[in-house]
Design a protein around this ligand. Structure first.
Ligand code: NAD
Ligand code: DAU
Length: 352
């Protein structure tokens, strides 16, 4: 079936995996990747698909209503998969308003474009909003986030994502816009910008630099292989019920410090270093402000209703991730030149 699909944020980490999957798996879909190419967007992530006939890139800022309107007029979209966002919690602590602008206003502008351009025929249309488990707040030692968990976001990032989720539901209830939302746990894998824990630690270990662990490393995250997130988005896009929310997670909780130790063991092996060498780089640093203790997703609904489950064990996915970063030094070099140095200085050197 032919469809014109707008994917926002397709030059970022998860977006590039989603674009790659959709362009190659669905040759009858035209995929329009609209991305502002912020520090996190990188067209190198899309080398494999850039020459495909069913792929188009448009440099576009989702907070610019006119540009988004022009894209809708040009391509007559049947669906939107919305991933563009400011995505890093530490940056949201440094600069909260840019998160409000991109994540809340940007989502509002996209929703409104759908409302206006689809007003005569909503049937067959879909606005798919990609969100995060962080909207649910922080868990104690027990329990899981389900789709019924009350929203309790605690960082500027998660509250801006929560705001965007609320807007999406408001457009469903008020205007009958066909929407679906998914809330996913922490992703890892290739092409992730090295401001996030795993790629930052891989890079630092490789360069014999301190590996910063916030607080005592006791915080827990539920890690999912990014390709499994892209697969889940495919399942939900094609089979999800309108107006519904689906939680996506790996059933894979790790304390940060245990994850870093596992990563150090893998890196020692890959770099042929004596066992225990990389672990000596672990450095405990000042904790993140408002640091959520634990996230854990109950993804039973997605499994029972749509048949999705993760395909890759964490240990295997982490090895593949390490291999990718070691084999793609040029990629890492490009994304860490320039502005990355200033960010690293502000986040890790000045605040020590
Ligand atoms: P990312 O930071 O790697 O990529 C974000 C992309 O959005 C970049 O390509 C950037 O250029 C683009 N972008 C930013 N502002 C824009 C704007 N104003 N207009 C157009 N494009 C803009 O993010 P990611 O980790 O790939 O996350 C993608 C989405 O998934 C986000 O909505 C995030 O909240 C959500 N999410 C991420 C995770 C995770 O673990 N990374 C987990 C759950 C949900
Ligand atoms: O849960 C989903 C979320 O996961 C996504 O919505 C976000 O976009 C994504 O960035 C991620 O958020 P986190 O804050 O959990 O990811 P991050 O990689 O920044 O941190 C993971 C954990 O590691 C967290 O407890 C903070 C800690 N940490 C992070 C960094 C960057 C460190 O100890 N040291 C670090 O240098």
């Amino acid at each position: 079936m032919k469809k014109n699909i707008l994917i926002t944020g397709g030059a970022g980490f998860i977006g590039s995996h989603v674009v790659r999957l959709f362009v190659t798996k669905y040759p009858t879909y035209k995929i329009v990747n609209a991305d502002a190419l912020t520090y996190a967007g990188n067209l190198e992530n899309l080398n494999e698909v850039e020459d495909k006939g069913n792929y188009v890139f448009e440099k576009a800022d989702i907070t610019d209503g006119q540009t988004i309107d022009d894209l809708f007029l040009k391509y007559h979209f049947d669906a939107v998969i919305h991933l563009a966002a400011e995505s890093h919690v530490d940056r949201s602590i440094m600069d909260p308003l840019s998160f409000v602008k991109t994540n809340v206003l940007g989502t509002g502008i996209l929703l409104n474009a759908c409302r206006v351009h689809w007003k005569d025929r909503m049937e067959g249309k879909l606005f798919y909003h990609v969100s995060t488990d962080e909207v649910y707040g922080s868990l104690g030692k027990e329990g899981f986030f389900t789709e019924e968990t009350r929203y309790d976001p605690r960082s500027p990032y998660s509250s801006s994502k929560a705001g965007s989720d609320h807007l999406v539901r408001a457009y469903f209830h008020t205007y009958g816009l066909p929407v679906v939302i998914s809330n996913c746990s922490n992703n890892y894998g290739s092409h992730q910008f090295p401001e996030k824990l795993i790629p930052l630690a891989i890079r630092n270990i490789k360069n014999n630099k301190p590996v910063p662990v916030y607080g005592k490393g006791e915080n827990i995250r539920d890690w999912l292989w990014v390709n499994d997130h892209a697969r889940a988005i495919d399942f939900i896009f094609h089979q999800g019920k309108k107006g519904e929310t689906y939680n996506i997670g790996g059933f894979n909780e790790w304390k940060n410090i245990d994850l870093i130790h596992l990563l150090c063991e893998i890196m020692d092996r890959k770099l042929k270093r004596e066992k225990g060498t990389s672990a000596k780089l672990i450095t405990f640093v000042t904790d993140r402000a408002g640091h959520d203790l634990r996230y854990a997703i109950d993804a039973a609904k997605l499994n029972k209703e749509l048949g999705w489950k993760p395909s890759v064990r964490f240990e295997e996915g982490l090895e593949k991730t390490v291999d990718w970063y070691l084999e793609n030094e040029a990629w890492l070099g490009h994304v860490t030149s320039g502005a990355y140095q200033q960010y690293y200085e502000d986040q890790y050197v000045k605040r020590k």
